[in-house]
Ligand binder design. Structure first.
Ligand code: DNO
Length: 350
């Protein structure tokens, strides 16, 4: 595996590359062109300067998270083919620049959902948290305005919230089955360019792993992933294994899921959650005993399937007075990377 950290680019991230470089064992970053709205073409010159900037700090660009998929593709509106063409051009430009891993998601309207950005833990650290009762009482607009912070969750940017009613109306007729078909249509259209440039697409799971605000969700468990892997049976159609997202559903056995997907996991997000009840969870530090998951078993399963792709520690707690994008500070992710590297070394030596 290659240890990585997510980095949103010098314009947006609070963490500079040189600090990431000082975390032992981190080989590179997973990044994006954060300012480009979903659906627009990524110019090759922008991609090349991102790569150069990262290289100049002694790191590698290990993959893109994310090239976001436009809602016209997810909801199959008449504009979808135009946006698929744009996506293909972006993939061509990435491929020509030598990028061969793209993480994306197929969640309608917005990306991951949390109800609190800074829930206090007994040790004074703060974490992202989710409470189903709170979601049930709110509309997405209410929730957006209650997420009171200088930094927002990726996928909850103000521009998207402005036309949220319109976005929701796109999905009125989109059932779980239709959403799945729309994903398959998209993947079949992009596979030839992925084959040409050896670009591995890695779908990120829905987070939380169930329907929110009545919007359909399809990538929530092993059955859903296997169905997708079979529908487009090409190694370039793979997954981002995110323990914190699949793990929101306690019925998902994370190590077993990993073992069932050899060759199709291209990227891993490894983090831990602490459950207060099935509908209330908060993000813990990475350490097994601080949360619910057996992090050793997760890393061992990745090791056993011969996983060679990037792994990144995922959302960290806010500790030591740091201020950053929710979940994406330096300190706790650096602790997470060191812990995961330690587990990997021990597994390797056994
Ligand atoms: C949350 C992230 C997600 C992920 C996207 C992939 O922290 O894991 O925002 O990047 O769902 O498209």
């Amino acid at each position: 595996m290659k240890m990585a950290l997510r980095w949103f680019g010098s314009e947006f991230d609070t963490v500079p590359l040189w600090k990431i470089k000082q975390i032992p064992g981190v080989q590179g970053v997973i990044s994006t062109l954060y300012d480009i709205p979903a659906g627009e073409i990524w110019e090759k010159s922008r991609i090349l300067s991102l790569i150069d900037e990262i290289k100049s700090e002694g790191l590698l660009l290990l993959g893109i998270e994310s090239v976001n998929v436009h809602d016209a593709i997810k909801a199959a509106t008449p504009l979808r083919d135009k946006y698929i063409e744009n996506y293909i051009t972006t993939l061509e430009n990435l491929g020509e620049a030598g990028v061969n891993l793209v993480c994306y998601n197929f969640m309608p309207v917005f990306d991951w959902t949390r109800t609190e950005l800074a829930r206090k833990r007994p040790d004074g650290s703060t974490v992202l948290a989710y409470n189903q009762g709170a979601v049930d009482k709110l509309t997405p607009e209410d929730m957006f305005s209650s997420l009171d912070s200088d930094f927002l969750l990726p996928g909850w940017e103000p521009e998207r919230m402005e036309n949220i009613k319109e976005l929701f109306s796109l999905y009125r007729e989109v059932t779980v089955e239709k959403l799945f078909d729309n994903l398959v249509y998209f993947l079949k259209a992009i596979m030839p360019v992925c084959d040409r440039y050896n670009i591995k697409m890695a779908i990120h799971p829905d987070d939380p792993a169930w329907e929110v605000f009545g919007l359909p969700r399809i990538i929530t468990n092993l059955d859903g992933i296997k169905r997708l892997m079979n529908a487009v049976d090409n190694v370039h159609n793979g997954v981002t294994f995110c323990s914190g997202s699949y793990g929101t559903n306690r019925e998902n056995n994370l190590p077993e899921m990993i073992k069932a997907l050899p060759g199709r996991i291209h990227f891993a997000h490894v983090r831990n959650l602490r459950f207060n009840s099935p509908g209330d969870f908060e993000e813990a530090s990475h350490l097994s005993s601080d949360g619910t998951f057996d992090m050793y078993a997760i890393m061992k399963a990745l090791y056993d399937i011969g996983f060679e792709g990037p792994i990144r520690p995922d959302h960290g707690r806010m500790i030591w007075g740091e201020a950053s994008m929710p979940g994406y500070g330096l300190y706790d992710r650096a602790l997470g990377a060191s812990y995961l590297n330690g587990l990997w070394e021990a597994i390797n030596k056994q």
